[in-house]
Design a binder for this molecule. Structure first.
Ligand SMILES: Nc1ncnc2c1ncn2[C@@H]1O[C@H](COP(=O)(O)OP(=O)(O)OP(=O)(O)O)[C@@H](O)[C@H]1O
Ligand SMILES: [Mg+2]
Length: 588
């Protein structure tokens, strides 16, 4: 056993002597309270340790014991539906055991060791296996079929024995290899090391979120990376929640990282009562939460991101599509800054350590669509909120994040002030996945790519016209250009704005999204024709169908899309009437 003692304390950073034999990133138990920490630097006989719990009252000279193991998560059935802190302590069972206040040094098993799970083997004795091979399954929740896999570190290549179908705890041995390695239904994995896979693949499929501005304009792929930067109160959390609730991932890992406690409470109170539209069951049955609110120790916040992504990778390895949300990566970067400051490292931009960019890259690079060790296809999509102070996107966290993500949903202060939600600005935001997901959309509705580009172009034109209007007023513009302003308004109100509190509008199926936008662009094209034939813009603006199109988002439920056809008929009829009227006038 390697044992040392505390020689200096600086907030969450503790220095220790006598830990020479301990490895970098080994977990240690610090002081009489035995609180958990991790060795983050070894230099000249002095180990630097970041502690994950409150070390108030700790003294120099107290002992430190090294566990000789890196910080690892316990992975197995029972993770889904649980709420953990950054070091995988299950908050609910700790609360039930010890009350509302976490005691330093408190150790609780992350997974229930008593609970029996129904295990169904899929291999038999003598079958050849390898790391990541599936040995059997457990129905973890109604929506999650948990695959019990051979841990990546095992060397055995044959199944010597395998448990029969039946009930087992996570500590029971369910398989033995020819090398007499025993396999249970749980395994450990060090959080800072990406889990292995066979091959990274090109992304092809969008992660459908039901949010029109995202799915149509700035799509994220399954296995992609996105950032949501936005100033205070612009809707980062609401957007993350909307995606967590509605996206078509198999599993959600939601990390509340350094944000206010009540935001986590919202998730906790809301998710269990919400129904997953795909399974008809509670959303918690496909969600894992990691809570590290602003009042919890900063070191645990630093590690919570790695814990979250490790959980995501574990389910990815089973062949699932996992979406992970981190709210907010800026608070995480602030934890890095605080720890780095305590360690008296040389600060770089705005006091952040020079390795901020590397750490962000390490996090986002763990996203991807992969062929797993057992030849399944799974993905981890990462969505990080960024909260730049004062909404200034030129600060280091936003700028570095931009280098590693391919989808940028920029929240716009003016839109939020105007209560245009989601406040994702269409000029500054972008997605580099549009080409990759085009094939998927083509199969659903081949008009996606064209109508998307037309609508984005129209919105760009509108932005330029708005500048002219500000200078000389709208009356100076010809009708054709004023029509652009009108249609842009329709797109903003009837397509981009989406009310999270409206029963119908909260989620749009892809079909509905595309049909609404196509109808708006058809309105534009028909109106342009009619105007060129002499009809005044005012006449077109006053057509009842214009309002009808804008209202489609809330008037047509996802399962009654045929109603959109009626509105299309109205569009044709009303435009035809105007045309007749003005053609006749012209003929007289
Ligand atoms: N899609 C939406 N539909 C309706 N209201 C919204 C939507 N998005 C945001 N809002 C409104 O904006 C408010 C602030 O949103 P939110 O808490 O998500 O912002 P935030 O960017 O996470 O803020 P903070 O910087 O404090 O974390 C919400 O309470 C809600 O009233
Ligand atoms: Mg927030």
């Amino acid at each position: 056993m390697i044992e040392g003692k505390i020689s200096r304390i600086s907030g969450p950073i503790v220095y220790a002597e006598g830990l020479d034999g301990a490895g970098l990133y080994d977990v240690v138990r610090v002081g009489g309270k035995s609180i958990m920490g991790e060795i983050i630097r070894q230099k000249e006989g002095l180990a630097t340790i970041q502690v994950y719990e409150d070390d108030t009252g700790m003294h120099i000279g107290e002992k430190i014991i090294c566990t000789e193991r890196p910080l690892s998560l316990r992975l197995g059935p029972g993770l889904v539906g649980t709420i953990y802190d950054g070091i995988q302590r299950p908050l609910k069972s700790m609360y039930e055991k010890e009350g509302a206040f976490l005691k330093p040094g408190q150790v609780t098993e992350p997974l229930d060791e008593e609970k029996k799970w129904e295990f169904t083997p899929v291999v038999k004795e003598g079958d050849s296996v390898g790391p990541g091979f599936v040995l059997g399954t457990v129905q973890e929740t109604a929506s999650i079929n948990h695959k019990i896999m051979v841990p990546p570190s095992l060397s055995g290549r044959f199944v010597k024995s395998i448990a029969k179908k039946g009930e087992y705890t996570i500590n029971d041995v369910i398989a033995v290899t020819e090398l007499d390695e025993e396999i249970t239904m749980s395994q450990y994995w060090p959080v800072r090391i990406p889990r292995p896979y066979k091959q990274k693949m090109m992304v092809t499929e969008p992660l459908i979120t039901g949010q029109r501005v995202i799915d149509v304009f700035f799509p994220l792929s399954k296995g992609g990376t996105a950032a949501i930067p936005g100033g205070f109160g612009t809707g980062k959390t609401m957007t993350q929640h909307a995606i967590a609730k509605w996206c078509d991932a198999d599993l959600i890992v939601y990390i509340g990282c350094g944000e206010r406690g009540n935001e986590m409470t919202d998730v906790l109170t809301e998710f269990p009562s919400l129904i997953d539209p795909r399974t008809g069951r509670s959303l918690m049955e496909r969600t894992i939460l990691i809570a590290n609110t602003s009042n919890m120790p900063v070191a645990a916040r630093e590690v919570s991101l790695y814990a979250g992504i490790t959980l995501a990778e574990y389910y990815r390895d089973m062949g699932m599509h996992v979406a992970i949300m981190a709210d907010s990566t800026s608070r995480w970067a602030e934890a890095l800054r605080e720890l780095s400051g305590r360690m008296e490292e040389m600060p770089a931009e705005e006091g952040f350590p020079a390795y901020l960019a590397t750490r962000l890259a390490e996090f986002y690079e763990r996203a991807g669509l992969v062929k797993s060790l057992c030849n399944g296809t799974g993905s981890v999509s990462v969505i990080g909120a960024v909260s730049p102070a004062g909404g200034d996107f030129s600060e280091p966290v936003t700028q570095h994040t931009k280098r590693f993500i391919r989808c940028f949903w920029a929240l716009d202060r003016d839109l939020a002030n105007a209560r245009h939600y989601p406040a994702i600005g269409w000029i500054e935001s972008y997605s580099e996945y549009a080409d990759e997901v085009k094939n998927w959309w083509d199969k659903l509705d081949a008009r996606w790519a064209t109508v998307r580009q037309e609508a984005l172009d129209l919105l760009k034109k509108e932005q330029r016209l708005e500048q002219i209007v500000r200078l000389i007023g709208p009356d100076a513009l010809p009708d054709g250009q004023r029509l652009i302003l009108t249609v842009a308004e329709m797109i903003k109100n009837g397509f981009l704005q989406q009310n999270a509190f409206d029963e119908i509008d909260v989620y749009s199926v892809p079909d509905k999204q595309i049909q609404i936008l196509v109808l708006m662009m058809d309105f534009y094209k028909r109106a342009l024709e009619v105007i060129s034939e002499g009809a005044p813009l005012l006449k077109i603006i006053s057509l009842p169908v214009r309002e009808e199109i804008v209202r489609l988002k809330t008037s047509v439920p996802n399962d009654k899309l045929e109603q959109i056809q009626t509105v299309r008929t109205h569009l044709n009829q009303q435009m035809l009437e105007v045309e007749r009227l003005y053609n006749k006038v012209g003929a007289v």
